[in-house]
Design a protein around this ligand. Structure first.
Ligand code: Z5A
Ligand code: MG
Length: 210
């Protein structure tokens, strides 16, 4: 893979309502307004055929077994692999709202095997950094709109948080835990500083695979 001045691959992960979409948007806007080529992406991408099936499942209008929906979430990321690779290799930084780790966390929280859940992610791009937005579930469930979709239940979210905690503890070289209970501006300042360091380091590093 090319190594010259590529863009950085930054992922935001965390439980529902932890602020991933708000913070990834702020980071994207900060980068583009300061002259850094960047693209903001979100998984699941509900725009493809696979994404539309995932949307129906999340909105409780379609039933699928746990293995099938797990593989569809993964397939949805595979749909974008080439595009992501091309963008990174031509110098665009990707700010991605949820990725493979959400895939693993939500399925493992249902009781599925960790290694089985990780297997279909193998061969996708590995992020340069994962910003894990962490806050107590009791606090997050008070934020707007919690409870509308399938997984938005307190006990389930606590199980999801346990998996994210485990991933963060095991992958300290590129996971960064961020205190998401602070104000939006304080959280963003933390993310912005960390992101700039990631951008500088990623420039000359080869892209790695999961
Ligand atoms: N899922 C899966 O199972 N497998 C997979 O592989 C993938 C996903 C990729 C949909 O995801 C579901 O898909 C999700 C996981 C599963 N589970 N559920 N349900 P989604 O990303 O489409 O979900 P979403 O509804 O767009 O986002 P979210 O995670 O629920 O929220 P968020 O993006 O983390 O938060 P936000 O939208 O930025 O903020 C939420 C609210 O809090 C909003 O009113 C903000 O103004 C407020 N907020 C944000 N930050 C703050 C601070 N710092 N202080 C106070 N208030 C704040
Ligand atoms: Mg969101």
């Amino acid at each position: 893979m090319r190594t010259a001045k590529r863009g950085a691959f930054i992922v935001l992960e965390g439980c529902d309502r932890s602020g991933k979409s708000s913070q990834s948007r702020l980071l994207y806007e900060f980068l583009t307004s300061n002259g850094y080529p960047a693209k903001h992406m979100h998984f699941p991408s509900r725009t493809t055929e696979i994404g539309s099936t995932i949307n129906s499942y999340l909105k409780n209008s379609k039933e699928l077994n746990d293995q099938v929906i797990h593989l569809l979430f993964s397939a949805n990321r595979w749909e974008f692999l080439k595009e992501m690779q091309n963008l990174l290799n031509t110098g665009t930084t990707l700010i991605v709202d949820r990725y493979s780790y959400s895939g693993v966390a939500y399925s493992v929280a249902k009781g599925m095997d960790f290694d089985w859940c990780m297997a279909p992610e193998k061969g996708l791009l590995r992020p340069d950094a994962v910003f894990y937005l962490k806050a107590p579930i009791d606090y997050l469930i008070q934020r707007d709109d919690f409870g509308r979709e399938r997984y938005e239940k307190k006990d389930f979210q606590s199980k999801v948080a346990n998996v994210f905690d485990r991933l963060c503890e095991e992958q300290t070289e590129f996971w960064h835990s961020i205190d998401a209970s602070q104000s939006e501006a304080v959280v963003f300042e933390d993310i912005r500083l960390k992101a700039m360091s990631v951008l500088n380091k990623a420039k000359h590093k080869p892209l790695c695979l999961l």
